[in-house]
Design a protein around this ligand. Structure first.
Ligand SMILES: [Fe+2]
Length: 360
């Protein structure tokens, strides 16, 4: 266990509130990356060029088959073209979304010493709790964010002892949100299954079903950054999950790498951003995309986002393109691997890329 004084020194929040005018070198991105980092508020305003699709789920269960299929088809197409979308009319009430956001924000507004009582201990493999990225590669590169990470579903796998006790409604609202997201995930997986010509329940089963699909929530807290043109809140990556659902506090930051350019996601009120992750990309043999994305920071406003990663069990399932997605003209694009192996493979590749000074 790290002592609180050492842990506090690692928090980006304390760095931000210390009033430093220039950020430590560990946060400065490599030269070739800097050329693509702009002012996020200006970027968000841009109307030209491709935009992340917005999918209205209002008709997802319509009794009119034509209407229902049209809605489902749009979702499928967005998963094929982009692998990320804004979901609106998703069935989760605005009140619940607001309460989840209020609760997470209230936790992060506690003094750092209070939050440190929930600090995780990455060195001993305990990643649940309050944390900041530790340098895991030769360059010592860091990201401009602190986070709170915990498993939220299935309920019998949660460790409620590490969940914030303040604010008092944190556990209740976060649990309810997780339950409702879990149902939404089932619906989405069923549409994606049918989109591949599979039975409705197939992808759900392939990622572990109700018992084994793990929903992990990561609240990302991006403090104001004195030199946002030099840093990233989250570096470019694809999600390893099956699906990821994201809420945010209406401060822009998310960028998607689409057709060779970084596209800044607009802030769509009451929407949930949904990513297709690597797991579904593999199972679908690349028909659904896991898009490269990253997070920008800014000088003026704290950004908070709530990501829920829906992940298959680490060892129990072998991930590989489903036989129905493979043919003579469409050979398997991914060798078989467990989820754990997939994580290791990505970490290894990243370390190699860093050592070779390649852009990751
Ligand atoms: Fe991500």
């Amino acid at each position: 266990m790290v002592t609180s004084s050492v842990a506090a020194a690692q928090r980006v929040e304390s760095l931000s509130s210390s009033g430093v005018q220039s950020i430590p070198k560990e946060y400065v991105r490599p030269q070739e990356e800097l050329t693509s980092i702009g002012d996020v508020f200006e970027e968000e305003k841009k109307k030209d060029g491709p935009q992340v699709p917005t999918i209205d789920l209002k008709e997802i269960d319509s009794e009119d088959e034509v209407v229902r299929e049209k809605c489902r088809q749009k979702l499928k197409q967005a998963a094929v073209d982009w692998g990320v979308m804004h979901l609106v009319n998703h069935g989760i009430s605005d009140d619940l979304l607001e309460n989840v956001k209020k609760a997470g924000k209230a936790f992060f507004e506690l003094p750092i010493e209070e939050k440190e009582r929930h600090a995780n201990d990455q060195a001993s493999g305990n990643v649940q709790g309050y944390g900041s990225k530790l340098a895991n590669n030769a360059s010592g590169q860091l990201e401009w964010e602190d986070y709170f990470f915990h498993l939220v579903y299935p309920e019998d796998k949660r460790d409620l002892s590490i969940w914030p006790k303040t604010p008092a409604d944190y556990t209740e609202v976060t649990s309810e949100y997780a339950r409702q997201l879990r149902s939404l995930a089932t619906k989405i997986l069923s549409i994606l299954s049918v989109g591949l010509g599979l039975e409705e329940g197939r992808l759900e089963k392939e990622v572990g079903g109700l018992e084994e699909l793990m929903l992990q929530m990561k609240i990302n807290y991006y403090p104001k950054c004195p030199q946002p043109e030099l840093a990233l809140g989250v570096e470019a990556h694809t999600d390893i999950s099956a699906l990821t659902f994201i809420l945010h506090n209406m401060v822009p930051g998310l960028q998607l790498f689409y057709e060779g350019k970084w596209v800044t996601a607009k802030c769509v009120p009451n929407s949930i951003v949904m990513h297709i992750g690597d797991t579904i990309e593999i199972l679908s043999n690349g028909k659904y995309k896991s898009i490269l994305h990253r997070g920008l920071v800014n000088k003026e406003k704290v950004r908070i986002s709530w990501a829920v990663f829906c992940e298959p069990p680490k060892e129990k399932i072998i991930l590989k393109p489903l036989p129905e997605t493979v043919s003579e003209t469409e050979p398997p694009l991914f060798p078989p691997r467990t989820f754990h192996q997939h994580i290791q493979h990505k970490l290894f590749r990243k370390t190699q890329d860093t050592l070779l000074s390649k852009k990751v």
